[in-house]
Write a protein that binds this ligand. Sequence first.
Ligand code: ADP
Ligand code: MG
Length: 695
Amino acid sequence: MKNLPETFGCNVFSFKAMKERLPENIFLKVRETISEGHRLDLETANFVADAMKDWAIEKGATHFTHWFQPMTGITAEKHDSFISVAEDDKVIMNFSGKELFKGEPDASSFPSGGLRATFEARGYTAWDPTSPAFIKEGVLCIPTAFMSYSGEALDQKTPLLRSMQAINRQSKRIMKLFGNETGGVKTTVGAEQEYFLIDKADYDKRKDLIFTNRTLFGCKPPKGQEMDDHYFGSIRPRVAEFMADLDDELWKLGVPSKTEHNEVAPSQHELAPIFTTTNIASDQNQLTMEIMQKVAERHGLVCLLHEKPFAGVNGSGKHNNWSICTNDGDNLFEPGDTPYDNAQFLLFLCAVIKAVDDYQDLLRVSVATAGNDHRLGANEAPPAVLSIFMGDELSEILDAIENGSAYDKKEQSLMKVGVHVLPKFPKDMTDRNRTSPFAFTGNKFEFRMLGSASTISSANTVLNTIVAESLRSYADRLENSADFEEDLHKLIRKTIKDHKRIIFNGNGYGDEWLKEAEVRGLLNLKTTPDALNTLVSPKNIELFEFHKVLSKTELEARYEVYMENYCKTINIEGLTASEMIRRDILPAISSYIKNLSETVTLRNSALGSSKKSYEEAVITRLTDISANVYNLTNNLDEKLITAKDVKNIKDKAEVYKSAVISLMDKIRVLVDEAERLCSAEFWPYPSYGKMLFSI
Ligand code: ADP
Ligand code: MG
């Protein structure tokens, strides 16, 4: 891209664009209202809408859409053109403040988890002025929240925005106690996105990729990722061209894509943006995933965002780097220069420790999808058990506070909160552990359990809310304190004592850790249905209701939607496996058996049948395999029918989780063996070797 500083964000209706187009008094009003999170009045909104429309039309846009994120996990848009008919049948381009504020898409085809019954088909979208509008493919996209007519959230953005308000409220209470009268805080996120790229021609030949986004079969190639030669390796030309094009597109949309590199698995890559306010980061991540897929197609590639597209090599995740920042730009997880600042830092740190321990279940729920189940707990991804990596230095400080012992060995003075200055934690000191699901990395936390295909909204909604809850309990305690410093010290000590079981600095991938975690009483929710059941526990409903993030009804609806989503995903996988077996795999095996049998017959007639040939061995094994596969597939089909008929969603998920998945696993082992035995010429699908090593 030429002249990046000028073209960056050229398709975004940013403050800069607004400033150029709005009367100064209106611009100042808009900027202030937006940064303070208030609502714009209709008159001002009319000015904004008009300026936005003119700007968009100049950029070639003819349509606008309220861009929203229903609970499908992807984004939705319905395009309306700007045209309206004026007097004399003349067509004019129009866009009002009312249209900017509110849209009314038909909500009946979006998942609502039963909420639909109470509001019928109607739903509405409401402008989120804190996330800038942008132009994508000739359409002005306005980020919006999506709600039922009675105001219940039907999307991912609404609870995220509410959780940002919750953490803002509680953080302000705490900061006030330290004499920091801040205008407000927001959470910030940088979401590192992993993905695979494969050739489109290979993709088109695989029904499993087309229907389920992952390979359901495929034997391991002779080479996987064991040589570690892909990670940070030199980027091949075709991929480099894709990345350059992708950056170009993202930059125009104001997405600050910063780092692109090869990941551990062959054909796996990562993109990291510069962090920004959480709801914008979330919108930008959705946009990034969409643009990645579109740009890949232009390069004859397919971008796979599934958490585990290939067995036997690493899956893909998202690293959600999260912090709290004042509106003035101070990062609250940056240890300060004065003892008082440090005490505040320690209290916020403790709030996170307490939150992660108290709400392990919710953090696990926030990353629970059928796809991510393949990854969490597999040997390269963080386990399904939550723990926090603090690094040795910070852990020593926390130990010293808990035990009232000396931290600085030289001074031999007792560690006292509010008195001692903490050292700065250099990033390389704290970020050596890559196996932790939740790591403190010097001045932010990195939550690594998120799946690559999911929205980051759920995880951040939970993070914001649970930390808000810790802060609330601290503020309740400290606001009425007679001796603030003493009580603060006690509170920090107590938090460390009560919650240190969640801190683990060792290897999170080892089996020993899972045993140790069990001894410590930490949760190990292995599958999505196990995790989802905790979403609607009384403790969690109380949390979300108290902080006004999600009501009981909304949570119950979400539980339904996510459970249904899980069941539907496994159902499609089961049906796809069955179709591939019956229509492609078994016929391929039969053809190959026939081919070998003809060879044997011909050779026998030429040489006599005295010699045992390799063909006979292969024919025998393939015959056994195909008979077993056939029987198991019949069982699979039966189970899929049974599961469909189960009414209760919890029982239904159980059938998919135990019966369907285990049958599919058994079948896969056999099919993969058959692939190894079959002539490549007869096998109906491109191999792992071809897909992973050919671009
Ligand atoms: P890595 O984790 O690969 O070592 P970095 O730590 O440099 O990479 O950055 C990872 C991500 O963390 C980037 O997206 C970066 O913008 C983001 N990040 C850095 N500081 C913050 C912060 N204060 N809040 C949220 N995200 C941050
Ligand atoms: Mg990282």
